[in-house]
Design a protein around this ligand. Structure first.
Ligand code: DQA
Length: 165
């Protein structure tokens, strides 16, 4: 008989379903969503996105923690802290997508499944946005759906999280 834990819920067949912990990381300038170039990024604020992620997570059995920073070092620190706490990381590194070896290395170091999210389709934009420093180490990439991209990524997160043995 499996032990019931505080973080476990059950389906009809009595198998425990472990709560998945998802860490959602937003990079620089995403704190300005809602007012920042709305024709590209939409009018939904970051607060609205985070609130919806937490709500949706509740529906899906995913505990969602969100974090935003404009600073590369702070983002690296937060990724490092995810080790042993998060099961999956969703990250929109903003402009650091195109430049940051440090964020790439931090994601590789924690060795968690990662989904790369972008509000805009970066391939329809300037050439310098076509390069992602993390594209080849992430499990999947979602872009061009605006805020909905985060929600799609969260729906996929349960499948990506390591299954309990
Ligand atoms: C972005 C795309 C990046 O090129 C840009 O620097 C951002 C946002 C996106 O979500 O579409 O800040 O990551």
């Amino acid at each position: 008989m499996p032990t019931k834990t505080a973080s476990a819920s059950r389906r009809d067949n009595d198998a425990p379903i472990r709560t998945v912990n998802a860490l959602v990381i937003h990079g620089p300038n995403l704190n300005l969503l809602g007012t920042r170039e709305p024709e590209i990024y939409g009018s939904t604020t970051l607060k609205d996105i985070d609130r919806e992620l937490v709500r949706l997570g509740g529906e899906l059995g995913i505990a969602v923690t969100t974090y935003q920073s404009n600073s590369e070092g702070a983002l690296v620190d937060r990724i490092q802290q995810a080790r042993g706490h998060a099961d999956v990381i969703l990250i929109n590194p903003g402009a650091y997508t195109h430049t940051s070896v440090a964020i790439r290395d931090a994601l590789s170091a924690v060795a968690l499944p990662v989904v790369e999210v972008h509000l805009s389709n970066v391939y329809r934009r300037e050439r310098f946005r076509h390069r992602s420093m993390i594209a080849d180490i992430v499990v999947a990439r979602i872009m061009g759906f605006g805020a909905s991209g985060y929600y799609l990524a969260l729906r996929a997160a349960r499948e990506l999280a390591p299954q309990p043995k």
